[in-house]
Design a protein around this ligand. Structure first.
Ligand SMILES: [Zn+2]
Ligand SMILES: [Zn+2]
Ligand SMILES: [Zn+2]
Length: 314
């Protein structure tokens, strides 16, 4: 399934809840504008490859994509340090004040306070008493007046000022980007647990037997070739060294013989005394034949489910 062990490592981190989710981090210098630093660290991959890998894992049904937030950015420099500003549509001054205002049928428009006359409202221009809202006068709960040119207006001109590059941006030109986080999908978890659980059990068992255990190691074989070994267990007694190679193979239905032969070739090249293969969900008949021939110990899904049961009943 995944050739690269580091992908499993990423998923395992999520399974074991060390990380609840992969959180996006805004990065104006990165072409996607957000990235996943934690995943980059685990995968040991650059931001773009990590970005696509995570998307692929979501497409394959292992991860769930969750909308996190929307950011508004400067279209010039991608900065999100934007300051909202308003200005007078007549003289362009930024010195404008918001107020409650009344517009009388005579045409006068002014602050609510200028109409107040004791307990009644009276137009300061024509001196008529105001009667019914919506008929002889209009009330505005938000109106603006420029403190420089004294112009009244209902809506100020608005824009965003980029603190980084100084650009003045109108609303419709703001750049928008949606950020997503990723969580492990429940359906994917059970399958992955089957993989991580036996791994831990096998490691614990080998350790209890006095083996030194290494995970996902690169080992140089006798042939000079470098092999990546899922689990390598080593025990020294005097001048002798006993090595166990544990391999994991997964397939949709049956793990083919090829995987058994590959594991055997690898294990033989690194001088392993014993070979264990965890095959999920199971080996094909051919593969089983080869495994027996090479004296490889095999664990299939059914064996692991028994293991898991035993594990949880403890
Ligand atoms: Zn003005
Ligand atoms: Zn009036
Ligand atoms: Zn900018």
């Amino acid at each position: 399934m995944f050739k690269d062990e580091r992908i499993w490592k990423l998923l395992e981190e999520l399974i074991e809840k060390r990380k609840e989710e992969l959180k996006p981090q805004f990065d104006p210098s990165f072409e996607k504008l957000y990235r996943y630093p934690e995943a980059e660290e685990i995968l040991e991959k650059p931001p773009l490859i990590t970005f696509y890998l995570i998307e692929d894992l979501a497409r394959l049904g292992y991860l769930k994509k969750i909308f996190k937030e929307k950011l508004f950015l400067c279209p010039v420099c991608n900065s999100n340090e934007l300051k909202y500003e308003t200005y007078c549509p007549k003289c362009h001054s930024a010195y404008i004040l918001k107020m409650k205002a009344i517009e009388h049928q005579c045409g006068y428009l002014g602050k609510l306070e200028t109409y107040q006359d004791g307990k009644i409202l009276r137009c300061p221009k024509c001196l008529q008493e105001l009667q019914i809202i919506g008929e002889d006068y209009k009330f505005y709960s938000a109106y603006y007046q420029c403190q420089d040119c004294e112009e009244y207006f209902k809506e100020p001109k608005e824009f965003w000022h980029c603190r980084k590059c100084g650009a003045i941006i109108e609303k419709e030109n703001l750049k928008e980007v949606s950020l997503f986080s990723y969580q492990l999908k429940e359906e994917g978890v059970s399958e992955l647990k089957l993989k991580t659980l036996p791994k831990e059990q096998i490691i614990n068992f080998l350790k209890s037997q006095g083996y030194e255990v290494e995970e996902s190691v690169k080992v140089n074989g006798r042939s000079g070739a470098e092999h990546e070994i899922d689990i390598l267990a080593t025990k020294k007694s005097g001048p002798l060294e006993h090595r166990i190679v544990v391999g994991f193979a997964t397939a949709k239905e049956e793990v083919p013989a090829e995987e058994v032969i590959k594991l055997y070739a690898k294990a033989y090249d690194v001088n392993a005394g014993d070979i264990i293969l965890v095959a999920l969900p199971k080996l094909s008949a051919d593969a089983l034949h080869f495994a027996k021939h090479y004296q490889i110990r095999v664990f299939e899904k059914e064996d692991l489910e028994r293991l898991e049961k035993a594990f949880f009943e403890k």
